[in-house]
Ligand binder design. Structure first.
Ligand code: URA
Length: 197
């Protein structure tokens, strides 16, 4: 981790407060606000996405846009209440390219993921979850500090050197990008099965 001017926080709320002023990478300058993690402070399960999207940036909450709708539905089908878990992202500012009036998602680079790992690491330290769920490759790479091939490794649980267990699955937006309805339904069913696991 980078040396940091922030002091150690003793609660998620205090950490969220610090993160609202984050200048650890340049992404803050174009985004509306920091989108920090939210959910139960006692969560045994912590889900990690990539970065906030357009809706998340505007509302200041993770997974409330189109990918969040799928995520919520899949959690429900797997019998998990969102209020019982904690949901966050590897990168906490929206990175985008302006295209007319629209803002198109742009993938965070390794430096941005590395800079934002400071926050994710502290969320993990404070929450002490039983299991982390990496939604997609960016989350997996941030948590494991190694490249991950989600298509090959999904469904696996990797133990980190510090004992933290990281379950690997797809990002819900992957399902949104599949054009063929049958294939999308099959992938969605696989995702539900992963989350049930
Ligand atoms: N995609 C993510 O990875 N995170 C969000 O919060 C929303 C969409």
């Amino acid at each position: 981790l980078e040396p940091s001017p922030e002091t150690e926080a003793h609660s998620i709320d205090a950490l969220r407060q610090q993160a609202s002023q984050c200048r650890r990478c340049p992404l803050w300058s174009e985004a509306t606000q920091t989108v920090f993690g939210e959910g139960s402070d006692n969560a045994e399960l912590v889900f990690v996405g990539e970065q906030p999207g357009d809706q998340e940036d505007l509302q200041g909450r993770p997974f409330v846009g189109p990918a969040g709708k799928i995520f919520d539905a899949v959690l429900g089908e797997a019998g998990i209440e969102r209020t019982a878990v904690y949901v966050t992202n590897a990168v906490k500012h929206f990175k985008f390219e302006p295209r007319g009036k629209r803002r198109i998602h742009s993938k965070p680079n390794a430096g941005e993921v590395q800079a934002c790992r400071w926050w994710l690491a502290q969320e993990v330290t404070l929450l002490k979850p039983k299991l982390m769920v990496a939604l997609g490759a960016t989350a997996a790479q941030s948590l494991l500090e190694a490249p991950v091939a989600i298509t090959k490794q999904r469904g696996q649980t990797i133990k980190r050197d510090d004992g933290l267990a990281v379950f690997l699955t797809i990002h819900p937006s992957y399902i949104l990008r599949i054009r063929d309805p049958q294939e999308a339904a099959a992938e969605r069913a696989r995702f539900v099965a992963d989350i049930r696991t």
